[in-house]
Design a protein around this ligand. Structure first.
Ligand SMILES: Nc1ncnc2c1ncn2[C@@H]1O[C@H](COP(=O)(O)OP(=O)(O)OP(=O)(O)O)[C@@H](O)[C@H]1O
Ligand SMILES: [Mg+2]
Length: 314
């Protein structure tokens, strides 16, 4: 069994993205777009981005007998992802999202079949060996606690993105005063929320204060702030690196691609400002195509854009 850099857990989705829509949809009317992309999303985005940057990654994922699962699976095969921890189910496991994308924002209609009672993640945790366990969203509760016991036995460390959906009643309850949420953050070696998630979790609107509060719970907090770049907080010190200059086409999945760049640099032992730059470039370049994994970003692409930072500091 090979030792991986990262074991990633989390489900695929298939995103159907409609662009060039002349107006917002209204009941009883048809809106015809001028562009359409179908592409895998959710956990697939970070997994593909890490794989493209040469991180040795295993993905524990469930796929069903349906066309959406098969589509995501085929994309993963073209990408040459490691399939050792894929679990195939003899029933549909449809996870599909339709996105109407407008220049300023987008909305989604989503459907998920019920998850399998025992997710692929638990099986993989028992078998795999990796430096990091990566969860692409804020996952908390008894299933996490069970997984963490296995993770510690294997000597892995937890890295968690703060992804927790949009503004609604459920996500507004994802706050540090909920014991299971607090415990999830406390168990992270690296926690990577975006600015909205950092503010919502802490109830603190001042971003630097929110980062400090999170930094009291977790040794390395990394906060993504869209066109403002990103922050890291470690041992009482805060670092900031600006975003690259780019004309984004679609920012879906930029945070997930940021994670890949940041982790590649961190696994290589680079310092935190360098890790933030790698994340910013990986996230920034991903916005040049529709969907999270639409634009392939390689180590050479990142190295080419690092010059931009060197020129700024001269
Ligand atoms: N408009 C932009 N211009 C330049 N860089 C950007 C832009 N938007 C995002 N980025 C880069 O990508 C990183 C992650 O983006 P963002 O803060 O939007 O993450 P996110 O909200 O977690 O995204 P998602 O959850 O949709 O993947 C940013 O820190 C920045 O470096
Ligand atoms: Mg995010």
């Amino acid at each position: 069994m090979p030792a991986y850099d990262v074991l990633a857990v989390g489900s695929y989705s298939v995103d159907m993205i409609f662009t060039g829509l002349p107006s917002l949809p209204k009941l009883g009317h048809e809106v015809i777009g001028s562009g359409f992309t179908m592409i895998p999303g959710e956990a697939y985005t970070s997994v593909a981005a890490m794989h493209r940057l040469g991180i040795k990654i295993a993905w524990a994922a469930d796929f069903g007998s349906d066309d959406f699962s098969q589509f995501a699976l085929n994309c993963g095969r073209q990408e040459k992802l490691d399939e050792r921890f894929f679990v195939h189910h003899n029933r549909p496991l449809r996870r599909v999202s339709v996105a109407a994308s407008y220049p300023q924002d987008r909305f989604f209609i989503t459907y998920y079949d019920p998850d399998p009672p025992v997710p692929a993640a638990l099986k993989a945790l028992a078998l795999a060996s990796a430096r990091l366990l990566f969860i692409p969203g804020l996952f908390h509760g008894p299933m996490l606690e069970a997984g963490l016991k296995l993770m510690r036995l294997k000597g892995m460390q937890l890295v968690m993105d703060g992804n927790s959906g949009g503004e609604d009643e459920t996500t507004n309850r994802i706050r540090l005063d909920v014991p299971s949420v607090r415990s999830a953050v406390e168990n992270c070696r690296i926690f990577l929320p975006n600015a909205l998630e950092a503010r919502r979790l802490t109830g603190e609107q001042n971003l630097l204060k929110a980062i400090e509060i999170l930094g009291e719970l977790c040794p390395l907090v990394v906060v993504k702030d869209g066109p403002n770049g990103s922050y890291a907080f470690q041992s009482g010190a805060v670092f900031h690196e600006p975003a690259i200059t780019i004309q984004p086409l679609d920012t879906t999945g930029a945070g997930d691609c940021f994670n890949a760049g940041f982790l590649r640099a961190w696994l290589d032992g680079k310092d935190l400002p360098a890790c933030l730059r790698w994340g910013n470039i990986s996230g920034g370049l991903s916005t040049l195509a529709h969907g999270g994994p639409g634009r392939k970003v390689t180590v050479a692409d990142i190295e080419n854009r690092l010059v931009e930072y060197e020129n700024r500091s001269n």
